[in-house]
Write a protein that binds this ligand. Structure first.
Ligand code: MSP
Length: 513
């Protein structure tokens, strides 16, 4: 496990002993509409990583929430004939609902309308002003309300269309407060040169050209809307929604700042605000820089899924063949940092993979052990090939996760499953038991041990399904570290007293979304 990759891991000493800390966040979601696959994907990624590091013995904190201020939300509220607050109160429960349905386990849900958050935004704004990081001026520019951001002429598509939403931008001229981003240009460039600041690395390349043009000061207050956090020393202005929103990553810690710095998980469309503006704001407040895990988009026939194009998959459809099956599909299907098409054929391939590699293996081994009365309370020797495969899998999976290669990590876990299937086929325990029960018992014991680890490794991806799988053998371990010591690679097998075979991924004739 490479040390330099764990840049955002803190090691702290507490009464419980020494523990490593990890803080994962999702972007906070706009509440102009109900959640869709994009929101679900980012959140499932963060949930998976949090659960995995927890299983490896880390002390973790996982934050998600909603971004509720700004013109975009005010406009949506107006269309719904509600005040912004009434409107956001009707949408937020839908996000909670998705968290529950998708088996997401968070430490805190932040809303930017929480008084504690608003107070912190005002505190930061005042401090920036007092320190000379903020000044008053006039801004004229082309604004996309959907992005809540200004664009330069060179960034717009022909016809002055927003590059993200393909909609016309509007010209805005207003008195505003500026944040001196230009002052932090050198600092931000230094961060971009740092290994593992942004993963995958290719996103650095994309930002490089924009960075090389230099950083301009950013307009961070609005007079054109009053739906936002009031600027503490000038009540005519509200804080620009992005400036307000980014601070959630600190206010959402609810004082538990020992977890900082964060690993922020986000989609490529909101990478610039995060990787350039946020680290500068943090530097101005004397915080260490975070790191960024950037993912691509889910597409339909190559086009980004979005509400506005009405080509998105709602969470209810996504989970048609099971929640954990959907989680597996999302995490296993999308290559690190790339876009991925969603279709029934891909879903079917992934489902069959689960059924063949995991479901059949577990059911087969459970039946052999049960039918032949294999005594799994005894201590048999651990086969060298099994030990080697387990060591290799855990090391490679951890390395992949440290570099946000979620798909790679899942494929490596599944390789352990394939190895155990091959081991079963090669050793033929159902035949061996007739000639040499002791030898057959060693084989089954090793297979059960492999399944114990396989299901623990898959649990962060499919928490409920793997709980069901582990019930088959009544496994008691809750974390990878309960049966595997990372530093010494020592495996601590569990005794199995009772087995109840079960089909985990039943046959499905036709997949259709
Ligand atoms: N509110 C801002 C974030 C502020 S964070 C300080 C925002 N919200 S959002 O609701 O529009 O988007 C949230 C996330 O959903 C982003 O990470 C975005 O990339 C992701 N997705 C939206 N559509 C997507 C797909 N089609 N595919 C994958 N993720 C995409 O931006």
């Amino acid at each position: 496990m490479s040390k330099e990759k764990e840049t955002n891991t803190k090691i702290t000493k507490s009464k419980k002993g020494v523990s490593k800390m990890m803080y994962f966040t999702t972007p906070i979601y706009y509440v102009n509409d109900a959640p869709h696959i994009g929101h679900v994907f980012t959140t499932v990624n963060a949930d998976f990583l949090t659960r995995f590091y927890k299983s490896l013995g880390y002390d973790t904190y996982f934050l998600t929430g909603t971004d509720e201020h700004g013109q975009k939300i005010a406009k949506a509220a107006q269309q719904a004939n509600k005040t912004p607050r009434e409107f956001t109160d009707t949408i937020v429960p839908k996000f909670f609902d998705v968290l529950n349905k998708m088996h997401i386990e968070i430490n805190h849900f932040i809303r930017t309308t929480d008084p504690e958050h608003e107070a912190l935004v005002q505190k930061w704004f005042q401090k920036f002003y007092d320190n000379g990081d903020i000044y008053k001026g006039k801004y004229k520019g082309k604004y996309c309300v959907d992005c809540e951001g200004y664009y330069g002429d060179d960034e717009l598509l022909p016809g002055d269309l927003c590059p993200n939403h393909k909609k016309p931008v509007s010209v805005m001229e207003e008195e505003t407060y500026f944040f001196k981003l230009s002052k932090y240009e050198f600092y931000v460039k230094e961060l971009f040169a740092k290994k593992d600041f942004i993963l995958p690395e290719k996103y650095k390349g994309e930002a490089h050209q924009r960075l090389s043009q230099g950083l301009k000061d950013v307009s961070i207050s609005r007079k054109s809307t009053d739906w936002g956090v009031k600027v503490p020393f000038d009540k005519e202005h509200v804080v620009w929604v992005w400036f307000d929103a980014l601070i959630n990553y600190i206010s959402g810690l609810q004082g538990k700042e020992q977890y900082w710095p964060a690993t922020h998980i986000l989609g490529k469309d909101i990478f610039w605000f995060h990787a350039v503006l946020w680290p500068a704001m943090l530097k101005a407040m004397n915080y260490e820089p975070p790191r960024f895990f950037v993912h691509g988009w889910w597409t339909t026939n190559g086009t980004k899924m979005s509400k506005s194009l009405n080509n998105f998959i709602p969470p209810e459809t996504l989970t048609k063949y099971g929640v954990d099956e959907a989680r597996y599909f999302l995490l296993r299907q999308m290559p690190c940092g790339e876009d991925s098409d969603f279709n029934s054929k891909f879903f079917e391939e992934r489902y069959l993979e689960l059924s063949n590699t995991v479901g059949n293996l577990i059911n087969r081994v459970a039946i052999i052990a049960q039918k032949n009365y294999i005594d799994l309370t005894k201590d048999y020797p651990i086969e060298k090939s099994i030990q080697i495969e387990i060591d290799k899998t855990i090391k490679e999976v951890k390395d992949d996760l440290d570099s946000f290669k979620v798909q790679g990590a899942i494929m490596k876990i599944m390789s352990l499953g394939q190895f155990l299937n091959k081991y079963t086929n090669d050793t033929e325990p159902w035949k061996l038991v007739k000639t040499n029960k002791e030898k057959a018992s060693v084989v089954v014991y090793n297979l059960v041990l492999g399944i114990n680890l396989l299901t623990l490794l898959l649990e962060p991806c499919m928490p409920e399904k793997m709980k069901e799988a582990r019930k088959i053998f009544r496994f008691k371990a809750e974390k990878i570290t309960d049966i595997y010591i990372l530093s010494t690679k020592k495996i601590k097998p569990e005794k199995v007293l009772e087995i109840e075979p079960k089909i985990l991924f039943p046959m499905i004739i036709k997949f259709e979304f």
